[in-house]
Design a binder for this molecule. Structure first.
Ligand code: CP
Length: 330
């Protein structure tokens, strides 16, 4: 992998995405072994900086690093020198001086990982920054769909909910469309980023087309559809996003009951998608608001597999950033 940092998926080619996904297949094989530990990152120090709450991402990065035999240090805002007013740049310089080889950062402010990456010689992986991006969630979502459906090419993927504030949606859109899927975004107009179809189309054109690296598929990579019943028709994948309840106080939708009536993934709605369509959610879920419990835990749900796959995908990414190759056994 010829990059120092992973800050979003907007600059990943189809080949790079495929390299990570192929490598994650090998990592998943490692995770099925009785002893899950392999040596590629022995002697390396990985620092997990989580300045915002997390369960899935933080734990899976820690497990991934330990499975690769790295030494792992965890930092949270509380208890670190951030409480004494240390700036993010000073923290980055301190980590550099302490010999960090890789820094994983989650931060409430969009762009914070870019600032850290500029300061550090070490690799930086964005574990979620504000509303902006969550590239490793995007990669594990790609991996889960590819593992279940064989390929992303030509698949219809519906993402429903608060797209405007969702870093997961933004990274997923780049990943899915670069690998040739069509994404349909659904949600209240107040929670939809204006002009998103055009922005993605222009970004893909700059990268060389939908499908990445010179592929020239002409179908619109992203469409917006406000009616969920229509959006899910013939979908291969339906993904619900977490609704952030504080958005109601900001007047962005009238009530949770109204939101749920129009945008909750129910059995009746999922029945309109393709037979056997995958149901996804990045977590944490508000059951009964954006997703009905019988859908979240039903036979079509791959939500727990998304979490499990997060470890393999993060192992693959760290291994490749440290100079590993996807065609070599670990
Ligand atoms: N999907 C996700 O980022 O979950 P956490 O906030 O628990 O890490």
């Amino acid at each position: 992998m010829r990059r120092k940092d992973v800050l979003d998926l907007d600059d990943f080619s189809a080949e790079e995405l495929t390299e990570v996904l192929d490598s994650a297949v090998s990592m998943k094989e490692v995770l099925a072994r009785p002893i899950k530990r392999v040596p590629p990152l022995r002697g390396k120090t990985i620092v997990n900086c989580f300045y915002e709450a997390s369960t899935r991402t933080r734990v899976s990065f820690e497990l991934a690093a330990k499975n690769l035999s790295a030494d792992v240090v965890n930092i949270t805002a509380s208890g670190s020198s951030v409480e004494k007013g240390e700036t993010l740049v000073d923290t980055a310089r301190t980590l550099q001086a302490l010999g960090a080889d890789m820094v994983i950062i989650r931060h409430p402010h969009s762009g914070a990982p870019y600032l850290v990456a500029r300061e550090l010689d070490a690799c930086v992986i964005n574990a979620g920054d504000g509303w902006h991006a969550h590239p490793t969630q995007g990669l594990l979502d790609l991996f889960t769909v590819r593992e279940k459906l064989g390929s992303l090419d030509g698949k219809k993927i519906v993402i429903v909910g608060d797209v405007l504030h969702s870093r997961v949606a933004r990274s997923d859109i780049w990943g899915f469309t670069t690998l040739g899927a069509q994404v349909v975004l659904c949600g209240p107009p107040t929670l939809m980023p204006p002009g998103i179809e055009t922005a993605i189309a222009e970004g893909l054109r700059r990268k060389g087309g939908n499908g990445g690296n010179g592929a020239t598929k002409e179908h619109a990579a992203v469409r917006v559809q406000y009616d969920l019943d229509k959006a899910v028709e013939d979908a291969d994948v339906v993904m619900a996003l977490r609704i952030q309840k504080e958005r109601q106080d900001a007047g962005l939708f009238p009530s949770l009951r109204e939101y749920s009536r129009l945008y909750c993934l129910t059995r009746a709605r999922i029945a309109r998608a393709k037979f056997g369509a995958l149901v996804m959610h990045p977590g944490p879920m508000n059951e009964g608001i954006e997703i009905a419990p019988d859908v979240a835990y039903g036979v079509q749900s791959v939500i727990e597999e998304q979490v499990t796959n997060g470890v393999a995908v993060r192992m693959a990414l760290m291994y490749l950033l440290a100079g590993g190759r996807s065609d070599l056994a670990v």
